[in-house]
Each structure stands twice: as structure tokens, then as C-alpha cells.
Design a protein around this ligand. Structure first.
Ligand code: SF4
Ligand code: SF4
Length: 655
């Protein structure tokens, strides 16, 4: 609504992209407003149009995009009618943005301190010396260590979390009235993400900045926003206060989206809800969610559904709105799935892997040992750089290693070139995070799968059964893989991994690139396949909610070492190691608040050189007598069957 109280008011915004001479509608009739100091979350899955809205209001749309109708009033002025000169004076000064990839906002060849100083010079007209001083203050304000030294570094010399803090310092330097955050922490690890969001939260509160947070992450919107607009297929379908929309949704799509998130139930006891219908084009003149809606009626097909106002400033685009019947989030972990028993299928002993780099040898995996039983899902969690993906590649035969791997009673050679292809396809296959990187885009689904069958020496007549296992149809076989959505591509990749009925499938972040609704469908598929066939999974993930849903046991890795191993319920209900606790706090499990690692910054590479505990530089429980810095911590057993590596007893590691 355009009113003097609103810092931002978008009214009836429609945006289209021109392709091959045709205008394709991407966003239709979007209206939203944020009062001064308010925080609105613009939420939706990929393709919902949320980033197009953010780009349109910044007037940063690509060349083939056009605003077809509507207005964007910022502090009473319509940005869509502003001249280039006016926009230049507004952007960076009164209106700033932070994007997902910090490198897209940073000049790669200019020291970061210089880039922050430039904002002060350009927007606040201060002299060179004062701008530099204020740049150092700004870097300190975003809690970067040693600002004087860090200011002289180039962007690539900083970690991802540090780069994003520099961008935040630049965005907030001129104390803008409105800050637009477009998936600002999506590429960051959970602990860094929580710390970055806390920082933005505190700084915006201090400066009374109005916030538009564009995100697919329900937990983040719930914690950091006071109102939310949910987008589906180019339209806002529900808007209102966070505690109304995300706790008691009225629109069937919002409800379905919330139900896709794993919230404590387990793989075999209750499958996740998933949204099976793909979003249609916004130009469709009926309700966009018609195909996936359980409440759909004939009237819903009759024409475009208008927004209806409800109580408490809430609006919903639905002819049959109603309260959700989903259970409240935060219920206790369902432990009804029995943990598989029996002899180990995979046994990893003292596995090591080093790489040569410009600074000498880097130990990516440092003496890891664990076992996986038949029919079990063993998840490995940890931040990027923990070595979990390297470990997966060693087991799948893509990397050589030192140590021992025994798979199905057979010792695997350390030199990956000696791994026999047939043995690998029968015993361990790999599903990657980005299926498009492992699928030839010009091949049909049929030829990809036939090739795998042939290589594994499996009868081609098993193809129909294979595609049925991953719920693909015969029509999909004829399509080139580039024509498939992300979820369908991942199904093809999983089908390929299933060829030859392997005893264990190594899954490296198989759902982290997928939207939450597609993620739910893929997780259900994996759980169903495991229940029917008894296949084991080694499941690498940084997403603790996903791990809790799919895993039987969990191993926690930090800087190339395993620090805790236990059943999923023991890890989630009673974590012992300080790093496991930090990971769980940062993940905001069960709708709890995301809480940053108390140490704030991530550990430095110096940790790898020391002989003590790798986590000592970040550990809030570190022992004052230097034992943690000088002696490798011992493995300890706790009373619930979990093991963890620490100098302290679990009972002394409270909090
Ligand atoms: S308008 Fe009809 S089809 Fe659309 S969400 Fe509402 S009930 Fe479902
Ligand atoms: S050994 Fe020391 S530094 Fe390492 S996790 Fe335990 S208390 Fe912390």
C-alpha cells in the first residue's frame, strides 16, 4: 500500500522476459509493502519470481526483461519512473543490496578496504584519509578480525563468510533506509550462516534499516522477519505476519511447502509430503496451484483467483482458504525406525588422503575410521572443508587413498586406477549434488541408462523396472537430459546409481541443490528403495534436518577428522562434542532459533598444523592448561553408546 508510513510499496507489478520474439510472463500482479523498520521475507521456490521482483525494484533487470505494469514506491518516489541519475544517487546511499554470491559484488583486483572506503567517498563525500579510517571501522563493525591487515587483502584471499561480511560492511556503510538481501547466506556453512544473519540482524536493528529478505529458507524467514509474502508461479499467494502465515497457513501451497520440511519424523515411519505438480506459467488464467491442490474445485478453473483480505492484515489468493492441519513443529524425534543390526558391509580404517598444493601437502582426510552395516544409512556431516566429499570420492573409487577400505568382504586397492569397474558398480556408486554435471545434456534418458546397464553387464530388459523404481515414466526416456528439471535429473542420476543393485550407494549432497518440495520427493524415493532392497547409503550432507530424517547413524567430521559417531537419536538428542553442538545450534532444528557458533569466526588453516585438538581454535570449552592445544584428544564412550573425541568428559561439556 502506498502510504507515508511505508518505506517500500510495490503495487500490481508484472514483469515479462522476451524469448524468441515472445513475451513470457514471470511475475504477475505482485503487491507488497514494508513499513519503516519492518522486515519482510519474500519466500518461494526457484522459478517463483521472487528474485525477479527484487531485481525489478532495484532496476537491475536483464536486457530481455520488461516491467509490463505496476509501480515501486520507495520513500514515496516511484523508482520505475526515476531517471538514471536519480537512481544512481539512491542506490548504495538509501537503498543497498547483498546477494548470494559475494564475489559478484566485489572487484577482484581491488583490496577490500579500498572497496569499502569507496562507498564512503562516493555516497558521503568524505576525503580519502577519512574514508579509509571509516572503512577500517566498518570492517571491525562486521566483526572481521584484524581489520587493518584484512583491508589490504584481495577478495579471493578471504573465506566465503569473510567476503560476505565485507559486502555487508559496504551495503550498510552509508546507513541505507532499505536493505535488500537476496539469499545472502545460501552458499555458506550453517555455522557461518547463523553468525552472518545474527550480524545483519543486529546492524539493521541498530540503524533501524527496513529489510526485504528474499529466501527459500523457511527457518530463516521465520527467525529474522516480522511479515512474509509467499510466491508461487509468479504470484504472491499468501501474505501476513510470520507467526500467522508460517504457523497457521491458509493457502494450500503454503501448507504443502511447510509440510515438505522434515521436522522430526523418520524415513520408514512417515514419508515426507511432496508437491508433485510443477508450477505453471503465471500467464495461466486459473489458480496456478490447481494441479497440486487437494481442495481444488471447478470454480478454481474459471479464471484468475484474486487476493482476498482476511483479519490481521493477512491476504490470501485462494477460493477455499483454511487453516492447516499439519502437526506443530518441534515434536520429539521419532525413533520408531529400528537401527539395522548385523555385520559391517563397509569398514573404513585409518583412511588418509593428502593433496599437493602451492603451500605443500594438505591433509584433507586425517585417519578416519567407521563402519556401515547392510541396509543402514550412515550420514557424514560437517562444514565445507571438513573432508567429507573427499572421503566419499575415496570410497566410490574416484580418488586414491592410504589406509584400508573393506567393502563386502573385499579389500579395495588404495590406487583408484586399480579399482575394477564392475566391482565398483556392484558395490559402491556415487550420486552427486549437481546431477547436470554428471549427465551428458545431449543424451536421452534412455541412452544414459542403457549405457550404464551395458557397462555393468546387466540385462537391458531391466530398464522399465529401473525407471519405475525412481518414478520416471516411459515418456521421460525419450527426453534429452538437458530438458529435465533438477528433480527429474536427480532421479535419472539415482536410477543410474541403482544399476546392478549395488549394496551401497554413496550420496554426496544429493538434495542440497533441490527445492524443498523436490527434495522431499527424492528423500522419499531413497527411503522407499532402501526399505525394499536393503541397500546401504553413505549419505554426505550439511543439512541436519535432512540427515535426521534419512540417517540411522551419523559421523561428524571437522577439518578432516571424525569427532563424534552415534545413532541419529543420540547425536540429535544428546550431542557430546562441542562442534556437534555448534552445528546443531546453527541449524536451528525443530524451528528453534539459529544460534551462531560462540567462537564467531571459523578456524584458520593453522589448526591443521597443531598437534592438539583440531577444534581448539573455536572451542568454547577449551581447557586452560593447554592440553587441548598440545595433545590429540582421546576417543571416549558415553553411556548411550555414542563415541566422541575430546579431552573433556561429556558431562563437563554442558550447553
Ligand atoms: S483457488 Fe482452488 S485450486 Fe487454488 S489453491 Fe485455492 S482451493 Fe486450491
Ligand atoms: S579436546 Fe578441548 S578443544 Fe577439543 S573439543 Fe574437547 S574441550 Fe574443545
Amino acid at each position: 500500500m502506498i502510504s507515508p508510513e511505508n518505506t517500500l510499496a510495490i503495487q500490481g507489478l508484472s514483469v515479462g522476459y522476451s524469448r524468441k520474439g515472445r513475451m513470457n510472463l514471470a511475475v504477475e500482479d505482485v503487491s507488497l509493502s514494508i513499513p519503516k523498520g519492518g522486515r519482510l521475507g519474500l519466500m518461494g521456490e526457484s522459478g517463483s519470481g521472487k528474485t525477479t521482483v527484487a531485481m525489478a525494484l532495484l532496476r537491475y533487470l536483464p536486457r530481455n526483461a520488461s516491467v509490463l505494469s505496476g509501480s515501486v514506491h520507495f520513500q514515496g518516489r516511484d523508482l520505475l519512473k526515476s531517471t538514471a541519475m536519480e537512481l544512481q544517487s539512491i542506490r548504495g546511499r538509501q537503498l543497498a543490496a547483498v546477494y548470494q554470491d559475494p564475489l559478484s559484488s566485489l572487484n577482484p583486483i581491488m583490496p577490500v578496504g579500498e572497496q569499502v572506503a569507496e562507498v564512503f567517498r562516493k555516497h558521503l563525500s568524505v576525503g580519502r584519509a577519512e574514508a579509509w579510517e571509516r572503512s577500517l571501522e566498518a570492517l571491525e563493525h562486521v566483526e572481521l578480525p584484524n581489520p587493518a591487515a584484512l583491508a589490504l587483502r584481495l577478495p579471493h584471499q578471504l573465506s566465503g563468510g569473510q567476503q560476505q561480511r565485507v559486502v555487508i560492511a559496504m551495503a550498510l556503510a552509508a546507513e541505507p533506509s532499505l536493505l535488500i538481501l537476496d539469499e545472502p547466506t545460501t552458499g555458506l556453512d550453517a555455522t557461518v550462516e547463523a553468525a552472518t544473519l545474527e550480524l545483519i540482524n543486529a546492524l539493521c536493528a541498530e540503524q533501524q534499516t527496513t529489510l526485504l529478505l528474499v529466501s527459500h529458507n523457511i527457518g530463516i524467514v521465520r527467525q529474522y522477519c516480522d511479515s512474509v509474502s509467499v510466491m508461487y508461479a509468479g504470484r504472491v499467494v499468501e501474505t501476513g505476519a510470520v507467526e500467522d502465515v508460517l504457523i497457521r497457513p491458509q493457502h494450500p501451497y503454503t501448507e504443502a511447502l511447510l509440510n515438505c520440511v522434515p521436522t522430526g519424523h523418520r524415513k520408514f515411519s512417515s514419508p515426507l509430503h511432496s508437491i508433485t505438480s510443477a508450477p505453471p506459467s503465471p500467464s495461466l488464467t486459473r489458480c496456478g496451484f490447481f494441479a497440486g491442490c487437494e481442495r481444488a474445485s471447478e470454480e478454481c478453473k474459471a479464471g484468475t483467483v484474486p487476493m482476498t483480505s482476511l483479519a490481521n492484515g493477512r491476504e490470501v489468493r485462494c477460493l477455499h482458504p483454511g487453516p492447516s492441519v499439519r502437526p506443530a513443529v518441534g515434536h520429539a524425534l521419532d525413533t520408531s525406525d529400528a537401527t539395522p543390526q548385523g555385520s559391517p558391509l563397509l569398514s573404513v580404517k585409518d583412511l588418509r588422503k593428502s593433496y599437493r598444493s602451492s603451500q605443500g601437502y594438505v591433509e584433507a582426510v586425517r585417519g578416519i575410521s567407521f563402519e556401515v552395516k547392510r541396509g543402514e544409512t550412515f550420514a557424514i556431516v560437517g562444514e565445507s572443508g571438513s573432508g567429507k566429499s573427499t572421503l566419499a570420492k575415496c570410497i566410490a573409487g574416484l580418488e586414491s587413498f592410504e589406509g584400508r577400505i573393506v567393502l563386502g568382504g573385499q579389500e579395495l586397492p588404495g590406487d583408484h586406477r586399480l579399482r575394477h569397474r564392475t566391482i565398483d558398480t556392484q558395490l559402491a556408486t556415487l550420486v552427486f549434488q549437481n546431477p547436470q554435471e554428471s549427465l551428458n545434456p545431449s543424451k536421452t534418458v534412455s541412452s544414459v541408462l542403457m549405457r550404464s546397464l551395458k557397462r555393468a553387464g546387466v540385462d537391458e530388459s531391466t530398464l522399465p523396472g529401473l525407471i519405475a523404481d525412481v518414478r520416471l515414466s516411459a515418456a521421460h526416456l525419450k527426453l534429452k537430459t538437458r530438458m529435465l528439471s533438477g528433480g527429474l535429473k536427480q532421479r535419472v542420476a539415482i536410477a543410474r546409481a541403482m544399476v546392478g543393485s549395488p549394496s551401497i550407494i554413496v550420496c554426496d549432497e544429493p538434495v542440497s541443490a533441490l527445492d524443498v518440495s523436490i527434495q522431499a520427493a527424492v528423500l522419499n524415493l531413497l527411503a522407499d528403495y532402501q526399505r525394499r532392497t536393503g541397500t546401504a547409503f553413505l549419505f554426505i550432507s550439511h543439512d541436519m534436518s535432512v540427515v535426521r530424517y534419512i540417517a540411522d547413524r551419523v559421523g561428524v567430521m571437522y577439518k578432516g577428522e571424525m569427532v563424534e559417531i552415534g545413532s541419529v537419536e543420540s547425536i540429535f538428542n544428546s550431542p557430546s562434542h562441542p562442534y556437534t553442538k555448534a552445528l546443531l545450534r546453527a541449524a536451528g532444528i525443530d524451528g528453534k532459533s539459529l544460534t551462531p557458533d560462540p567462537s564467531g569466526q571459523r578456524g584458520s588453516s593453522r589448526e591443521l598444523e597443531q598437534s592438539g585438538c583440531a577444534y581448539s581454535a573455536r572451542c568454547a570449552a577449551v581447557l586452560g592448561d593447554h592440553l587441548c592445544f598440545s595433545e590429540p584428544p582421546p576417543w571416549r564412550h558415553d553411556e548411550i553408546g555414542k563415541i566422541y573425541r575430546c579431552h573433556r568428559l561429556s558431562s563437563a561439556l554442558v550447553g
